[in-house]
Design a protein around this ligand. Structure first.
Ligand SMILES: Cc1cc2nc3c(=O)[nH]c(=O)nc-3n(C[C@H](O)[C@H](O)[C@H](O)COP(=O)(O)OP(=O)(O)OC[C@H]3O[C@@H](n4cnc5c(N)ncnc54)[C@H](O)[C@@H]3O)c2cc1C
Length: 375
């Protein structure tokens, strides 16, 4: 029976891991978060589109200040190449600050439970336990291990029966996050307070305001988050990664990774391909970053004493704006089941039964949205 308290190892200390660890801690389980990054992820995030599961988990965790700190886009607009508004849709949408959410979640966890600089090499099940091997060779044993280690999860191997490879979909997102005051007029007038889009051959641009890093929502303190999807064949992605000093197989560039010459080329491409308002938003970002887009759906969410949540389980395309909400949904379902009268084994079986179809369905929706774009 799981009414006994468990010691749970959570691999990955980003949103999926912190949602899970914070909920487990709140119901009395002992958690240890193992995060690869030595410095933590503070100030690494951008904006998140508010979704119901996100609001639900924040309410459960008592982090209502985060839910109140959203910035609302009052309408959606689509621009043409000249910058004229092709269509308007009065659909208000709230964007939350990733950074503020992250800090709030970290604050729920007790001191000493979040171990930065702890890179996990592998996980194996052993006699109703799950054993984590760290890169430094140490082994840690838990009642249960939750893999929240994202796109390039190593925990997947313990669950997914050799089916753990992502599939690159042939496009990337270039991204920027600039103080709103850095946007010159008339770009600011066109873009701020709105969710704006522009689509052309092999290119899809969008942008919206998010709160400041500490949740500031006042005018002048917010940040403009732009996301530029561009087609990039796999060979081009590998060449880019190598040019940035990364392994050819890398999937992302952090702010500062892009050499100045390549950043200038991106700004020049924006000037020749995008409406001026968006081109100026790209030019306003000194350190653009990149995420290659992949599809992945695990064949199962759990095996033995190991479960997956968030992107480790199912990678959904960012068009859905549902990745973090899905991770929140996984965490709530898993922790509710572990806190029920079911045995750990049965709780994980029900978790697999209930959450795999949800992940599959959001992944399919994201693929349909991607297919509808000329990327
Ligand atoms: C361009 C873009 C825009 C997005 N916009 C939105 C949005 O608006 N709304 C939304 O809901 N979602 C959005 N998402 C998706 C969202 O960021 C993720 O789906 C969500 O944060 C869930 O992430 P996660 O915690 O599962 O994984 P991640 O955030 O990838 O975290 C994985 C963590 O595990 C750590 N880790 C990895 N390997 C190891 C290891 N071996 N040992 C220890 N630690 C390890 C990493 O350092 C990291 O901290 C977007 C994604 C992209 C790419």
């Amino acid at each position: 029976m799981t009414t006994k308290l468990l010691h749970v190892g959570v691999v990955g200390g980003s949103l999926g891991g912190l949602f899970t660890a914070a909920l487990l801690h709140r119901v009395g389980h002992h958690v240890t978060v193992l995060e690869r990054s030595r410095t933590g992820l503070a100030r690494r995030g951008a904006g998140l589109v508010g979704q119901q599961d996100l609001f639900d988990i924040l309410t459960r965790l008592g982090l209502t200040a985060v839910t109140r700190s959203g910035v609302e886009a009052r309408e959606r607009i689509t621009l043409d190449r000249r910058g004229d508004v092709l269509s308007r849709d009065p659909t208000p949408q709230t964007q939350l600050s990733w950074d503020y959410l992250y800090e709030g979640l970290r604050g729920v966890l007790p001191d000493g439970s979040h171990l930065q600089g702890s890179a996990v090499a592998s996980v194996r099940s052993e006699d109703a336990r799950a054993v984590v091997q760290l890169d430094d060779g140490r082994n840690l044993s838990f009642d249960l291990v939750v893999g929240a280690d994202g796109l390039n999860s190593v925990v997947r191997e313990a669950v997914a029966d050799g089916q753990s490879a992502n599939r690159y979909v042939g496009y990337v997102t270039w991204r920027g996050l600039v103080p709103e005051a850095a946007l010159p007029d008339p770009s600011a007038e066109t873009l701020l307070e709105r969710f704006a889009f522009f689509t052309a051959s092999r290119s899809h641009m969008l942008g919206y305001l998010v709160p400041g890093p500490d949740g500031e929502t006042g005018r002048g303190l917010r940040r403009y988050n732009w996301v530029w999807y561009r087609s990039l064949p796999l060979d081009g992605l590998k060449t880019l990664m190598v040019a940035c000093g990364h392994a050819a197989t890398s999937s992302s560039l952090a702010p500062g990774d892009l050499p100045a010459g390549l950043r200038d080329a991106l700004v020049a491409a924006a000037a020749s391909e995008l409406p001026e308002a968006f081109a100026q938003a790209v030019a306003a970002e000194p350190r653009p970053f990149l995420q290659a887009i992949y599809d992945y759906v695990t064949p199962r969410m759990s095996a033995d004493r190991v479960a997956l949540v968030g992107d480790a389980a199912v990678v959904v395309r960012p068009h859905t704006a549902m990745g973090a909400a899905k991770a929140a949904g996984d965490a709530m379902a898993l922790v509710d089941l572990l806190s029920s009268e079911l045995s750990v084994r049965d709780a994980l079986a029900v978790y697999n039964r209930d959450r795999l179809p949800v992940g599959r369905s959001i992944a399919r929706y994201g693929q349909q949205l991607g297919d509808s774009l000329p990327l």
